[in-house]
Design a protein around this ligand. Sequence first.
Ligand code: CP
Length: 337
Amino acid sequence: MTIGKNFISTQDWSKNELDELLQSASDIKKSPYNNSLKNKNLVMLFFNPSLRTRVSFEVAMNQLGGSAVSLNSGQDSWKLEHVEGAVMDHSTTEHIKDAARVLSRYADAIAIRCFPSMNSWEEDRKDLVMGSFAKYATVPVINMESSMHHPCQALADIMTVKEHAGNLKGKKLVLAWSNHPRQLPTAVPNSIALIASRFGMDTVIAHPKDYELDSDVMHAVEENCRANGSTFKVVNKLDDGLKGADFVYAKSWGSAKYYGRPDSEKSVRAKLRGWKITRQNMLLTKKARFMHCLPIRRNVEADDEVIDSSDSLVYEQAENRLHVQKALLNLLIGGGS
Ligand code: CP
């Protein structure tokens, strides 16, 4: 395992490294407390809200004997600029170039949450804020969800799937677009599609027309499946996706066609209320387990009786965030577990 690298996307790490990380997470789950991160400090910078990510990283550092400092960018720290060569005579106060270099003098790793602006897809898909931290920090940078990726969620998700399915060969995971009152980013759907395909699952994405995911991500998913001898399919009917599924991962995301124009998308979404996971449509699956990264809009994305059923893994996914992040922190800044 390479120590001291960034964790921006699971695609950047080899399969062996990811396997090692997951094995370490399983070991830590059985024995959660030690001093492997004694005197280590993590700085977490949030451009956006969080419940699970923030608390699980703070608790992970504490339970391994280290410390975490959380900052909300633009609220209890300065508003940051990411544009290279910017003439900073407008609202931003500090450049990421300076912030990343300074934080690297204090902390052993820097973790960043930076959602997309949801104004311009062409800009958001470049993941510039995360890229700027990765460029200028001199300590490992951890992605706590950027425009394009949520790799810690993906690790927790695949750990959860492996705990329930064992061998993933021939197991079918459907990423099912679900309705939601707001346009949401694509980091989670990108990440679950990438990790499921990377681990050899038959991967299906079910979404309405005009809700295609980024073409580069889709090519990577296709390539992951090809390399693993698994299958990859995109369907535009929810029921077609659900048929024979072993895992149903519900998630909403915004349409690239209406990107930055939420008002124009509203009337489209109003016709997509059927894109919801219900007890009835779960009967199409192979007694599938239900997954979601949370937070979830109950009875919009999925019905209460699905989320609260014994087939739901949502709290196991959330718990596994803690274990995989401990394993990740150990590997990045603890010198191995
Ligand atoms: N799933 C997830 O990242 O949750 P939070 O947004 O609450 O951190």
